[in-house]
Design a protein around this ligand. Sequence first.
Ligand SMILES: [Zn+2]
Length: 289
Amino acid sequence: MNSKKINKKVIILIILFLALLLVGVIIYFFNKPNYIKNDIPYVDDNIDKKVELNSKEELLPKEIIASVPIFMYHFILSDYGNYPDTENFLKPETLEEQLKYISENGYQTIFMNEIESLYKYDKPVALTFDDCFVYFYNNAFPLLKKYNQKATICLIYNYINGENYLTDEQIKEMIDSGLVSVESHTLSHRELTTLSDEEERKEILESKEKLENDFNISLSTICYPVGDYNKDTINVAKEQYKYGLAMTGGMYHSNIHDLYSIPRIYANRTMPLSTYINYLKQSKVELVW
Ligand SMILES: [Zn+2]
């Protein structure tokens, strides 16, 4: 074997070695973990996401069949004054009795936007307040905080900051508490089926856009004023909302009711606590895996 041949072999070996080294270096850099890339203490920011994804995959059932009492309230006020429609007024003491029962008996208040993700709950109940006015902030919100319960408020956009209505600051404070979620009760509370197509669209869609922009939130639900709606109303609602709240009585059953005609139970001031409790007892969530 002459020295030229040996040299050639050595050179080939060196080239092979360098090529392998290069491949190794490339592989190393492509798989470099975050703690080396960023020169910061090792925190794999994908870990949480992975766990979340896995647990969600594990937790999510194929189907959720739920029966939920969704109570509809209006004004929470001790002194009804000269208001003609006193059925809509509930004394704070009555609301307190109900919240006390809810919290002491393991019922779980949910926001309207949770109505399709009830796998987290076994005894859900939703409390919805229409119109609200400042009475909600003065008389209901303190009770929600006392009993740590959630409520959905349906606001009339054009009334905000007006006489006896909620102010921007009050609404922000309630949203920040985590106990109150805001949904739309249109711009001006006019009966939707009496309006022109254009006006109806404006009432439904603009109220959502304005509330979302003003309070930096996402809305899911339109609450039809005085429970007045028809097919056209639903078609407009479907463009931007996931749910529509009606005023037909009775429990909400996920396997029966349309999400744009969700029934609510009128928690008026003449409803005895025993009736309220009977509705609560029908709350159930069945998971199909
Ligand atoms: Zn209303």
